[in-house]
Write a protein that binds this ligand. Structure first.
Ligand code: NAI
Length: 336
């Protein structure tokens, strides 16, 4: 039986990196059947809907998706596709492994960065509860619940245990938001007490940002509410060489969508310059989720080998290769 997976190429550089990731996954020999579902700015503007029903139907059948970026229309008050998908499918955990790839020049050449970020995906200041009380006075509600905080904390600790990680750091601003971040922290502490084998630490978000920049190698698992998670994830991507190489996953109880951290990059779309590494590494996470560990290892190792050799890298990481040349190098390595 093949695995069925919804493929959402997206727009901008999405179709280019999705094509590259599909070729790489198929080269590993895994039996996978793609259900292609188009979603892009033009479809959203024409239909007036952020999530067309055929996309949700497909995801409800396959339960897994590999997704390229989708441009969010600026006008018209459209919700971001990602926020809409997270809400519709209750994808409560955003997971981003941030690792040094061999051969990439960063400011931290002498240290190895290997952290995994767990960001709560459904509430906090992303609840969309904003209103203007009187002219020029706006409130935006930060919602933190026990149920969502415990769920993300348990998910992070379970991951740490299964993957033999040593430490979880909860990141907060409970010194100021005593009730909201206080509740988040209390839930993290309660869950931490159930995992005595894993070291538990807490850091205030401003100090965490400083420590990430000066001592990134000391971090292992990071556990954050939605807004801090969003910001710290991009900061962390910058530590290892940029958006082109950091993968991600949005995980729920029943569905999982794997996608790169970057957006649709309209400035380089259609020019063959996009780096498909982030989506290829997201596909590694997809393969692991499907239990295809051998294929996942093959793809991960092939990407690392191409980076180690350093001859076929794209422009964003200091090379001159096109999307296709990089992908061909990964495919050759898998086959070798
Ligand atoms: P962006 O991530 O698309 O681009 C930021 C910069 O990074 C650009 O200079 C771009 O050329 C570069 N870049 C990004 N990915 C790259 C790659 N794989 N290879 C080489 N260079 C890469 O962020 P921006 O410009 O803020 O967003 C553009 C559009 O994407 C917006 O409409 C935004 O809403 C959407 N977006 C969609 C996301 C998704 O669907 N997951 C996530 C983030 C943004």
């Amino acid at each position: 039986m093949p695995h069925y997976c919804t493929l959402i190429p997206g727009d901008g550089i999405g179709p280019e990196v999705a094509h590259a990731a599909v070729r790489a996954v198929e080269a590993t020999g895994v039996d996978i059947c793609w259900r292609r579902s188009e979603l892009n700015e033009a479809i959203i503007l024409e239909s007036g809907k952020t999530l067309p029903h055929y996309l949700l139907d497909s995801l409800n059948e396959t339960h897994v998706g590999l997704k390229g970026p989708v441009t969010t229309p600026v006008a018209g008050g459209f919700q971001s596709v990602n926020v809409a998908l997270r809400k519709a499918l209750d994808l409560f955990a955003n997971v981003r492994p941030v690792r040094t790839l061999p051969g990439i020049k960063t400011r931290f050449d002498d240290v190895r960065i290997d952290m995994v970020i767990f960001r709560e995906n459904t509430e906090d200041l992303y609840s969309g509860l904003e209103h203007e009380i009187v002219k020029d006075v706006v409130t935006s509600l930060k919602v933190i619940t026990r149920i969502a905080s415990e769920r993300i904390a348990r998910y992070a600790f379970n991951y740490a245990k299964t993957n033999r990680r040593r430490q979880v750091t909860a990141i907060h601003k409970a010194n100021i938001m005593k009730l909201a971040d206080g509740l988040f922290l209390r839930c993290c502490r309660e869950v931490a007490a159930q995992f005595p084998e894993i070291q538990y630490k807490e850091l205030i978000v401003d100090n965490a940002s400083l420590q990430l920049v000066i001592r990134p190698e000391t971090f292992d698992i990071l556990l954050l509410p939605n807004l801090y998670g969003d910001i710290v994830s991009d900061l962390a991507a910058g530590l290892v060489g940029g958006l082109g190489i950091v993968p991600g996953a949005n995980m729920g109880e029943t569905h999982a969508i794997f996608e790169a951290v970057h957006g649709s990059a309209p400035d380089i779309a259609g020019q063959g310059k996009a780096n498909p590494t982030a989506l290829m590494l997201s596909a590694v996470m997809l393969l692991t989720h499907l239990g295809e560990n051998e294929s996942a290892c093959k793809l991960q190792n092939a990407v690392e080998t191409v980076y180690r050799e350093g001859k076929q890298l794209t422009g964003d990481v200091g090379g001159t290769a096109s999307t296709e040349e990089f992908t061909d190098a990964v495919l050759r390595t898998i086959k070798a």
